[in-house]
Design a protein around this ligand. Structure first.
Ligand SMILES: CSCCC(=O)C(=O)COP(=O)(O)O
Ligand SMILES: [Mg+2]
Ligand SMILES: [Zn+2]
Length: 517
């Protein structure tokens, strides 16, 4: 081991302790084992393990790290680097004679440290360390295993690897057989230490992840102990291999039944994803449910009487009243709570309006997604937007995503229970400005109920795509996703603050931000 002057703050005895020696031997042994697995061949990959010592808190424990650019299968315990808890080299291996290269601390160190900090803090001394710093990890394995590389090439656009319903998923921390395992994929860089930023972002964005894939390169896997990291590494490599083989068979690893991959390549210029249109729900997807329930609905409730009074004689309002009248008649036949008979027009304007107000209040209270109510609400909200009493809210990731999809030629549509007028008002008056320039069209309940698959078949016909799988529908409501899926669309469930919980094992991909689409 190298010079004592580099060991400031760590007694020589500690550096030469049984624990440090044992951990160095362990890394040596694992390097040999992982070499036979193909994970660290060609001098690639690395292993980092914290020196376990029950008397020292984990964040203060030393770290043993395999050196870079050396034949991993031929290393000896004394070839290891010993790093301080903050990632500085406190002991380096002695140089070996020609033709060996000078010892070099792995390029992965900063990355290892990031994971280690959260787990035990990982890539150069700076990048491997990320893994330690960010996850308080006990060990980080960086593998160049072929399967971890190929799995990132199945879809060059994919930012995530997904798999479900495989027994080996149970070997991954926090996951059961029915769970969907999601591993973020970051893009490779010329030098491993340049991966630190994107690795850090991926670790933050995927709090449940215990691995990050690097496209065309390999994978970083961490665990709270070396056994945990190794076991998970075995499971991850198995699952990557399984996904590649399923893909070769034309089967989808990310669907519970592992059925045929839905998408087909339509033209040479198209990317693997043949998604051409995105259809978005509003409430719970682009917009917080609270904006609809706490702002829009109260506004409509409080102004319905005034609106009907002022606009009573217009053709538009007479049409609204006609639609509501026939809805109420149907509700009365069905015994719907809150429905009250609407007097004939001859009985007087005030009487008709009073009954309308009563019915509309009950409909809003029950959050009915019916055309008659939605048309009238749209007309009331129009006044609110026109006189600046209303300003609409979209989640902060929405504008960027709409802009990105629009500039890449993906057409975006809205399908909401809110009337098309209400939808145009909402996207025309957001706190981020007028977003209608990114939208190619609007669908409402006049095309059908959002929980019925025939509505999605109609939308497919209207959009004129060759195959419904070219449309992605994003919604917060499980029954809507199910109806869209039944019509052959791709469906993703939006998870936003305040959304209702989903049935267990619902089987849909979920996103918490449009940036994940
Ligand atoms: C301005 S759209 C109003 C939203 C609305 O009325 C509504 O019921 C939302 O339903 P969604 O189908 O978007 O969940
Ligand atoms: Mg919704
Ligand atoms: Zn590497």
């Amino acid at each position: 081991m190298a010079a004592a002057e580099a060991m400031i703050g760590f007694p020589q005895a500690y550096l030469e302790s049984k624990e440090v020696k044992e951990t160095s031997s362990l890394v040596t042994e694992l390097c040999r084992h992982f070499y036979t697995q193909g994970w660290v061949s060609g001098t690639g990959g690395s292993i980092t393990i914290k020196v376990h010592d029950a008397s020292i808190p984990k964040p203060d424990q030393l770290i043993v790290m395999s050196p870079s650019g050396v034949q991993k299968e031929r290393m000896q315990p004394e070839d290891m680097y010993i790093l301080s808890p903050n990632g500085s080299v406190i002991s380096a291996p002695s140089p070996k004679p020609y033709p060996n290269k000078l010892p070099k601390c792995t390029d992965c160190a900063p990355l290892f440290m990031k994971v280690c900090f959260f787990f035990f803090s990982h890539l150069t001394t700076a990048s491997l360390f990320g893994a330690y710093e960010m996850r308080n990890a006990g060990a980080v394995i960086h593998s160049h295993g072929m399967e971890s590389c190929l799995v990132t090439m199945l879809n060059p656009q994919a930012k995530e690897f997904r798999i479900t319903h495989m027994e080996m998923i149970k070997g991954i921390q926090g996951h059961g057989y029915y769970d969907e395992l999601v591993v973020p994929i970051i893009e490779n860089t010329a030098y491993e230490n340049e991966l630190t930023d994107s690795l850090t972002k991926a670790i933050i964005a995927y709090p449940k992840a215990t691995a990050v894939l690097v496209r065309n390169h390999g994978v970083y896997i961490w665990g709270d102990s070396w056994i945990h990291a190794k076991t998970q590494a075995e499971c991850y490599h198995y699952l990557f291999d399984a996904a590649i083989k399923l893909h070769q068979l034309g089967l989808d690893a990310a669907s519970p039944e592992h059925g045929p991959i839905q998408r087909a390549i339509h033209s040479q210029n198209q990317t693997e994803s043949t998604r051409r249109c995105i259809v978005l729900d509003i409430e719970g997807t682009t917009t917080p449910i609270t904006f609809v329930t706490d702002v829009l609905f109260p506004y409509a409730r409080e102004n319905v009487g005034k609106h009907l009074n002022l606009m009573y004689d217009t053709a538009e309002t007479q049409e609204d009243i006609k639609l509501l009248r026939s809805q109420v008649e149907e509700d009365l036949r069905q015994g719907v709570t809150g429905a009250v008979p609407v007097p004939h027009a001859d009985e007087g304007k005030d009487e008709v309006i009073a009954a309308m107000v009563s019915n509309v209040e009950a409909m809003i209270k029950a959050d009915r997604k019916i055309t008659a109510l939605k048309e009238l609400q749209g007309h009331i909200w129009r006044t609110g937007f026109q006189c600046n009493e209303l300003k609409s809210v979209v989640f902060e990731d929405v504008t960027d995503a709409l802009e990105k999809w629009h500039s890449s030629g993906t057409k975006v549509y809205i399908y909401s229970s809110g009337s098309r007028l209400a939808q145009r008002l909402l996207f025309g008056n957001t706190t981020y400005g007028d977003l209608r320039k990114y939208l190619s069209g609007f669908f409402d309940t006049t095309i059908g109920n959002k929980k019925e698959s025939k509505s999605y078949k109609e939308i497919t016909e209207t959009l004129g795509v060759d195959d419904p799988s070219e449309i992605l529908f994003v919604t917060d409501v499980y029954q809507e996703a199910t109806a869209a899926k039944a019509a052959g669309l791709e469906a993703i469930i939006s998870i936003r603050p305040g959304n209702a919980s989903l049935p267990e094992n619902h089987g849909f991909k979920t996103v918490t931000s449009f940036s994940q689409i």
